[in-house]
Design a protein around this ligand. Structure first.
Ligand code: HMG
Ligand code: MG
Length: 302
Protein backbone atom coordinates (compact mmCIF):
# COMPACT_ATOMS: atom_id res chain seq x y z
CA UNK A 1 0.00 0.00 0.00
CA UNK A 2 1.40 3.40 -0.89
CA UNK A 3 1.18 6.50 1.24
CA UNK A 4 -1.46 7.87 -1.11
CA UNK A 5 -3.82 4.96 -0.59
CA UNK A 6 -6.04 4.22 2.38
CA UNK A 7 -7.49 0.81 3.18
CA UNK A 8 -11.06 0.84 4.44
CA UNK A 9 -11.98 -2.02 6.76
CA UNK A 10 -15.69 -2.42 6.13
CA UNK A 11 -17.28 -3.35 9.46
CA UNK A 12 -20.96 -2.91 8.53
CA UNK A 13 -21.83 -6.61 8.34
CA UNK A 14 -20.40 -7.17 11.83
CA UNK A 15 -20.45 -3.93 13.85
CA UNK A 16 -23.61 -2.85 12.04
CA UNK A 17 -25.71 -5.96 12.09
CA UNK A 18 -24.75 -6.96 15.66
CA UNK A 19 -26.77 -3.99 16.80
CA UNK A 20 -29.96 -4.37 14.77
CA UNK A 21 -33.07 -4.85 16.89
CA UNK A 22 -34.42 -7.57 14.64
CA UNK A 23 -32.54 -10.56 13.31
CA UNK A 24 -31.46 -9.90 9.73
CA UNK A 25 -31.99 -12.91 7.42
CA UNK A 26 -28.80 -14.84 6.65
CA UNK A 27 -29.38 -14.40 2.90
CA UNK A 28 -29.49 -10.61 3.32
CA UNK A 29 -26.19 -10.65 5.21
CA UNK A 30 -24.59 -12.75 2.48
CA UNK A 31 -25.94 -10.47 -0.26
CA UNK A 32 -24.60 -7.43 1.60
CA UNK A 33 -21.10 -8.87 1.85
CA UNK A 34 -21.10 -9.98 -1.79
CA UNK A 35 -22.11 -6.46 -2.84
CA UNK A 36 -19.34 -4.96 -0.68
CA UNK A 37 -16.81 -7.30 -2.33
CA UNK A 38 -18.06 -6.21 -5.75
CA UNK A 39 -17.74 -2.54 -4.75
CA UNK A 40 -13.97 -2.98 -4.36
CA UNK A 41 -13.44 -3.38 -0.62
CA UNK A 42 -10.24 -5.19 0.33
CA UNK A 43 -11.16 -5.97 3.96
CA UNK A 44 -14.67 -6.90 5.03
CA UNK A 45 -15.43 -7.93 8.60
CA UNK A 46 -18.01 -10.60 8.00
CA UNK A 47 -19.44 -11.57 11.40
CA UNK A 48 -18.56 -12.59 14.97
CA UNK A 49 -18.08 -16.05 16.41
CA UNK A 50 -19.15 -14.82 19.85
CA UNK A 51 -21.66 -16.38 22.21
CA UNK A 52 -25.10 -16.43 20.54
CA UNK A 53 -26.57 -15.82 23.99
CA UNK A 54 -24.80 -12.48 24.07
CA UNK A 55 -25.24 -11.51 20.40
CA UNK A 56 -28.15 -13.47 18.91
CA UNK A 57 -28.02 -11.23 15.84
CA UNK A 58 -24.87 -13.04 14.67
CA UNK A 59 -25.76 -16.60 15.68
CA UNK A 60 -25.58 -17.58 11.99
CA UNK A 61 -21.86 -16.70 11.75
CA UNK A 62 -20.79 -19.99 10.16
CA UNK A 63 -23.61 -19.99 7.59
CA UNK A 64 -22.78 -16.43 6.60
CA UNK A 65 -19.07 -17.11 6.30
CA UNK A 66 -19.65 -20.27 4.28
CA UNK A 67 -22.26 -18.56 2.09
CA UNK A 68 -20.30 -15.53 0.88
CA UNK A 69 -18.29 -15.45 -2.32
CA UNK A 70 -14.61 -15.15 -1.43
CA UNK A 71 -12.37 -13.26 -3.81
CA UNK A 72 -8.62 -13.31 -4.24
CA UNK A 73 -7.10 -10.20 -2.67
CA UNK A 74 -9.96 -9.56 -0.23
CA UNK A 75 -9.61 -10.36 3.47
CA UNK A 76 -12.72 -11.53 5.33
CA UNK A 77 -11.91 -11.20 9.07
CA UNK A 78 -14.31 -12.25 11.83
CA UNK A 79 -14.45 -11.36 15.54
CA UNK A 80 -13.54 -14.05 18.08
CA UNK A 81 -13.70 -13.52 21.87
CA UNK A 82 -12.11 -16.79 23.00
CA UNK A 83 -10.67 -20.09 21.82
CA UNK A 84 -14.16 -21.53 21.38
CA UNK A 85 -14.92 -18.76 18.90
CA UNK A 86 -11.59 -19.26 17.16
CA UNK A 87 -12.28 -22.97 16.72
CA UNK A 88 -15.75 -22.32 15.30
CA UNK A 89 -14.23 -19.77 12.92
CA UNK A 90 -11.46 -22.09 11.82
CA UNK A 91 -13.96 -24.87 11.16
CA UNK A 92 -15.78 -22.50 8.79
CA UNK A 93 -12.51 -21.85 6.92
CA UNK A 94 -11.73 -18.38 8.28
CA UNK A 95 -8.23 -17.04 7.45
CA UNK A 96 -8.26 -13.86 9.55
CA UNK A 97 -9.69 -13.21 13.01
CA UNK A 98 -9.98 -10.13 15.20
CA UNK A 99 -9.59 -10.24 18.96
CA UNK A 100 -10.98 -7.40 21.05
CA UNK A 101 -10.31 -5.76 24.36
CA UNK A 102 -10.63 -2.24 25.75
CA UNK A 103 -8.76 0.52 27.52
CA UNK A 104 -11.22 0.31 30.42
CA UNK A 105 -12.01 -2.65 32.66
CA UNK A 106 -15.53 -1.38 33.29
CA UNK A 107 -16.51 -1.60 29.61
CA UNK A 108 -14.67 -4.84 29.04
CA UNK A 109 -16.55 -6.55 31.88
CA UNK A 110 -19.90 -5.57 30.36
CA UNK A 111 -18.82 -6.52 26.85
CA UNK A 112 -16.98 -9.80 27.37
CA UNK A 113 -17.28 -10.49 31.08
CA UNK A 114 -13.55 -10.10 31.68
CA UNK A 115 -11.09 -7.44 32.79
CA UNK A 116 -8.65 -6.16 30.19
CA UNK A 117 -5.87 -8.36 31.59
CA UNK A 118 -8.13 -11.42 31.67
CA UNK A 119 -9.15 -10.83 28.07
CA UNK A 120 -5.53 -10.57 26.97
CA UNK A 121 -4.86 -13.87 28.77
CA UNK A 122 -7.64 -15.35 26.62
CA UNK A 123 -5.92 -14.04 23.48
CA UNK A 124 -2.71 -15.94 24.17
CA UNK A 125 -3.91 -19.38 23.07
CA UNK A 126 -5.72 -17.83 20.11
CA UNK A 127 -2.54 -16.08 18.96
CA UNK A 128 -0.54 -19.25 19.37
CA UNK A 129 -3.03 -21.36 17.44
CA UNK A 130 -3.33 -18.70 14.75
CA UNK A 131 0.44 -18.57 14.29
CA UNK A 132 0.50 -22.34 13.74
CA UNK A 133 -2.56 -22.26 11.48
CA UNK A 134 -1.26 -19.33 9.39
CA UNK A 135 -4.30 -17.23 10.38
CA UNK A 136 -3.87 -13.45 10.59
CA UNK A 137 -4.94 -11.74 13.81
CA UNK A 138 -6.14 -8.17 14.04
CA UNK A 139 -6.69 -6.54 17.45
CA UNK A 140 -9.17 -3.97 18.70
CA UNK A 141 -8.81 -1.63 21.64
CA UNK A 142 -12.20 -0.12 22.54
CA UNK A 143 -13.07 2.99 24.57
CA UNK A 144 -9.86 4.77 23.52
CA UNK A 145 -11.39 8.25 23.95
CA UNK A 146 -13.84 7.57 26.76
CA UNK A 147 -15.84 4.83 28.44
CA UNK A 148 -19.61 4.71 28.99
CA UNK A 149 -19.09 3.33 32.51
CA UNK A 150 -15.74 4.64 33.72
CA UNK A 151 -15.83 8.06 32.01
CA UNK A 152 -12.37 9.43 31.22
CA UNK A 153 -9.81 7.01 29.83
CA UNK A 154 -6.11 7.75 30.23
CA UNK A 155 -4.12 7.89 27.00
CA UNK A 156 -1.35 5.95 28.71
CA UNK A 157 -3.74 3.02 29.21
CA UNK A 158 -4.58 3.05 25.50
CA UNK A 159 -0.88 3.12 24.60
CA UNK A 160 -0.03 0.30 27.00
CA UNK A 161 -2.77 -2.02 25.75
CA UNK A 162 -2.25 -1.25 22.06
CA UNK A 163 1.48 -1.90 22.45
CA UNK A 164 0.87 -5.10 24.35
CA UNK A 165 -1.47 -6.66 21.80
CA UNK A 166 0.77 -5.55 18.93
CA UNK A 167 3.78 -7.18 20.61
CA UNK A 168 1.76 -10.32 21.26
CA UNK A 169 1.25 -10.70 17.51
CA UNK A 170 -1.71 -8.65 16.27
CA UNK A 171 -0.56 -7.44 12.86
CA UNK A 172 -2.81 -4.39 13.12
CA UNK A 173 -4.38 -2.61 16.09
CA UNK A 174 -7.64 -0.77 15.57
CA UNK A 175 -8.26 2.08 18.01
CA UNK A 176 -11.98 2.31 18.76
CA UNK A 177 -13.92 5.34 19.92
CA UNK A 178 -16.76 3.03 20.87
CA UNK A 179 -19.17 5.72 22.04
CA UNK A 180 -18.18 8.45 19.58
CA UNK A 181 -17.11 10.86 22.27
CA UNK A 182 -13.80 12.11 20.88
CA UNK A 183 -13.04 15.28 18.99
CA UNK A 184 -10.30 15.68 16.36
CA UNK A 185 -7.76 17.26 18.70
CA UNK A 186 -8.17 14.51 21.27
CA UNK A 187 -8.21 11.77 18.61
CA UNK A 188 -5.00 13.10 17.07
CA UNK A 189 -3.24 13.32 20.46
CA UNK A 190 -4.26 9.74 21.27
CA UNK A 191 -3.09 8.47 17.85
CA UNK A 192 0.25 10.28 18.18
CA UNK A 193 0.84 8.81 21.63
CA UNK A 194 0.11 5.28 20.39
CA UNK A 195 2.21 5.80 17.25
CA UNK A 196 5.20 6.58 19.47
CA UNK A 197 5.08 2.94 20.60
CA UNK A 198 3.40 1.03 17.74
CA UNK A 199 4.33 1.69 14.09
CA UNK A 200 1.76 3.93 12.38
CA UNK A 201 1.59 1.37 9.56
CA UNK A 202 0.15 -1.14 12.06
CA UNK A 203 -2.60 1.17 13.32
CA UNK A 204 -6.20 1.66 12.25
CA UNK A 205 -8.86 4.05 13.53
CA UNK A 206 -12.47 3.11 14.31
CA UNK A 207 -14.88 5.95 14.99
CA UNK A 208 -18.54 5.83 15.91
CA UNK A 209 -20.49 8.94 14.95
CA UNK A 210 -22.60 9.44 18.06
CA UNK A 211 -21.79 13.13 18.35
CA UNK A 212 -21.17 13.87 14.68
CA UNK A 213 -17.38 13.93 15.09
CA UNK A 214 -16.40 10.76 13.30
CA UNK A 215 -15.55 12.14 9.85
CA UNK A 216 -13.59 15.03 11.37
CA UNK A 217 -11.73 12.52 13.54
CA UNK A 218 -10.90 10.39 10.49
CA UNK A 219 -9.63 13.50 8.70
CA UNK A 220 -7.36 14.46 11.61
CA UNK A 221 -5.93 10.96 11.93
CA UNK A 222 -5.35 10.51 8.19
CA UNK A 223 -3.56 13.86 8.14
CA UNK A 224 -1.39 12.50 10.92
CA UNK A 225 -0.48 9.41 8.93
CA UNK A 226 -2.92 6.60 9.64
CA UNK A 227 -3.76 4.66 6.46
CA UNK A 228 -6.37 2.17 7.66
CA UNK A 229 -9.87 3.35 8.52
CA UNK A 230 -12.74 1.20 9.80
CA UNK A 231 -16.14 2.28 8.50
CA UNK A 232 -19.60 0.84 7.96
CA UNK A 233 -21.73 1.10 4.84
CA UNK A 234 -24.81 3.27 5.47
CA UNK A 235 -23.30 4.18 8.87
CA UNK A 236 -24.61 0.95 10.37
CA UNK A 237 -23.31 0.04 13.77
CA UNK A 238 -23.09 0.29 17.51
CA UNK A 239 -22.16 -1.88 20.44
CA UNK A 240 -24.99 -3.51 22.40
CA UNK A 241 -22.87 -3.23 25.57
CA UNK A 242 -22.18 0.53 25.26
CA UNK A 243 -25.23 2.71 25.71
CA UNK A 244 -25.17 5.54 23.22
CA UNK A 245 -22.85 3.79 20.79
CA UNK A 246 -24.57 4.65 17.53
CA UNK A 247 -23.41 3.84 14.04
CA UNK A 248 -19.89 3.76 12.74
CA UNK A 249 -18.70 6.51 10.45
CA UNK A 250 -20.30 5.78 7.06
CA UNK A 251 -17.99 4.18 4.49
CA UNK A 252 -19.57 6.23 1.69
CA UNK A 253 -18.78 9.53 3.43
CA UNK A 254 -15.22 8.44 4.31
CA UNK A 255 -14.51 7.27 0.76
CA UNK A 256 -15.97 10.46 -0.73
CA UNK A 257 -13.77 12.58 1.57
CA UNK A 258 -10.64 10.52 0.94
CA UNK A 259 -11.06 10.60 -2.85
CA UNK A 260 -11.57 14.36 -2.58
CA UNK A 261 -8.29 14.60 -0.64
CA UNK A 262 -6.51 12.69 -3.42
CA UNK A 263 -6.26 9.28 -1.69
CA UNK A 264 -7.03 6.05 -3.47
CA UNK A 265 -9.21 3.42 -1.82
CA UNK A 266 -9.91 1.09 -4.75
CA UNK A 267 -13.62 1.44 -3.98
CA UNK A 268 -16.27 2.20 -6.59
CA UNK A 269 -18.22 4.91 -4.81
CA UNK A 270 -21.35 4.50 -6.97
CA UNK A 271 -21.52 0.80 -6.15
CA UNK A 272 -20.94 1.51 -2.46
CA UNK A 273 -23.65 4.18 -2.29
CA UNK A 274 -26.08 1.85 -4.06
CA UNK A 275 -25.24 -0.89 -1.55
CA UNK A 276 -25.87 1.49 1.35
CA UNK A 277 -29.22 2.48 -0.11
CA UNK A 278 -30.15 -1.13 -0.67
CA UNK A 279 -29.27 -2.32 2.86
CA UNK A 280 -31.02 0.69 4.42
CA UNK A 281 -34.20 -0.25 2.53
CA UNK A 282 -33.80 -3.92 3.51
CA UNK A 283 -33.48 -2.97 7.19
CA UNK A 284 -36.22 -0.34 6.97
CA UNK A 285 -34.00 2.31 8.52
CA UNK A 286 -32.82 5.72 7.46
CA UNK A 287 -29.54 5.68 5.56
CA UNK A 288 -26.81 6.79 8.00
CA UNK A 289 -24.55 7.93 5.15
CA UNK A 290 -24.92 11.58 4.20
CA UNK A 291 -23.96 10.65 0.64
CA UNK A 292 -26.58 7.92 0.46
CA UNK A 293 -29.27 10.41 1.45
CA UNK A 294 -27.98 13.15 -0.85
CA UNK A 295 -27.98 11.10 -4.01
CA UNK A 296 -31.11 9.47 -5.34
CA UNK A 297 -30.50 5.91 -6.53
CA UNK A 298 -30.94 6.93 -10.18
CA UNK A 299 -28.39 9.72 -9.81
CA UNK A 300 -25.86 7.38 -8.26
CA UNK A 301 -26.06 4.89 -11.08
CA UNK A 302 -26.16 7.54 -13.82
P1 HMG B 1 -19.43 -15.72 29.41
O1 HMG B 1 -20.90 -15.88 29.68
O2 HMG B 1 -18.56 -15.21 30.50
O3 HMG B 1 -18.79 -17.06 28.78
O4 HMG B 1 -19.30 -14.79 28.14
P2 HMG B 1 -18.70 -18.52 29.21
O5 HMG B 1 -17.35 -19.00 28.79
O6 HMG B 1 -19.11 -18.69 30.65
O7 HMG B 1 -19.80 -19.22 28.29
C1 HMG B 1 -21.18 -19.03 28.43
C2 HMG B 1 -21.93 -19.79 27.35
O8 HMG B 1 -21.60 -19.25 26.07
C3 HMG B 1 -21.55 -21.25 27.29
O9 HMG B 1 -22.67 -21.94 26.80
C4 HMG B 1 -20.49 -21.31 26.23
O10 HMG B 1 -20.39 -22.54 25.58
C5 HMG B 1 -20.98 -20.25 25.25
P3 HMG B 1 -23.60 -22.79 27.82
O11 HMG B 1 -22.67 -23.77 28.46
O12 HMG B 1 -24.17 -21.79 28.80
O13 HMG B 1 -24.64 -23.39 26.90
N1 HMG B 1 -19.89 -19.62 24.49
C6 HMG B 1 -19.83 -19.57 23.15
N2 HMG B 1 -20.67 -20.01 22.20
C7 HMG B 1 -20.30 -19.80 20.92
N3 HMG B 1 -19.17 -19.15 20.56
C8 HMG B 1 -18.33 -18.67 21.49
C9 HMG B 1 -18.66 -18.88 22.85
N4 HMG B 1 -18.04 -18.54 23.99
C10 HMG B 1 -18.81 -19.01 24.99
N5 HMG B 1 -17.24 -18.02 21.12
C11 HMG B 1 -18.13 -14.21 26.13
C12 HMG B 1 -18.02 -14.46 27.63
C13 HMG B 1 -16.82 -13.58 25.70
C14 HMG B 1 -18.35 -15.54 25.42
C15 HMG B 1 -19.34 -13.27 25.86
O14 HMG B 1 -19.24 -12.16 26.72
C16 HMG B 1 -19.42 -12.77 24.45
O15 HMG B 1 -19.59 -13.55 23.51
N6 HMG B 1 -19.33 -11.44 24.26
C17 HMG B 1 -19.36 -10.83 22.94
C18 HMG B 1 -19.85 -9.42 23.05
C19 HMG B 1 -19.75 -8.74 21.70
O16 HMG B 1 -19.72 -9.38 20.65
N7 HMG B 1 -19.75 -7.39 21.72
C20 HMG B 1 -19.69 -6.61 20.54
C21 HMG B 1 -18.37 -6.66 19.83
S1 HMG B 1 -17.13 -5.56 20.48
C22 HMG B 1 -17.47 -4.06 19.71
O17 HMG B 1 -18.49 -3.91 19.08
C23 HMG B 1 -16.43 -2.98 19.77
C24 HMG B 1 -15.66 -2.81 18.44
O18 HMG B 1 -16.53 -2.53 17.36
C25 HMG B 1 -14.63 -1.67 18.57
C26 HMG B 1 -15.22 -0.38 19.12
O19 HMG B 1 -16.22 0.12 18.59
O20 HMG B 1 -14.64 0.11 20.08
C27 HMG B 1 -14.88 -4.10 18.09
MG1 MG C 1 -17.34 -0.57 16.91
Amino acid sequence: MTDSSVRIVEVGPRDGLQNEKTIVPTATKIALIDRLSAAGHRSIEVTSFVSPKWIPQLADAAEVYLGIQKHEGIDYPVLVPNLQGYERALAAGVREVAVFTAASDAFNRKNINATVDESIERFLPILERARNDGVKVRGYVSTVLGCPYQGEVEVRDVVRIAKRIFELGCYEVSLGDTIGIGTPTKARAMLRAVADEVPMGALAVHFHDTRGQALANVFACVEDGVRVVDAAVAGLGGCPYANGATGNVASEDVVYMLHGMGYMTGIDLDALVATGQWISAELGRENGAKLGRALAPAAVRA
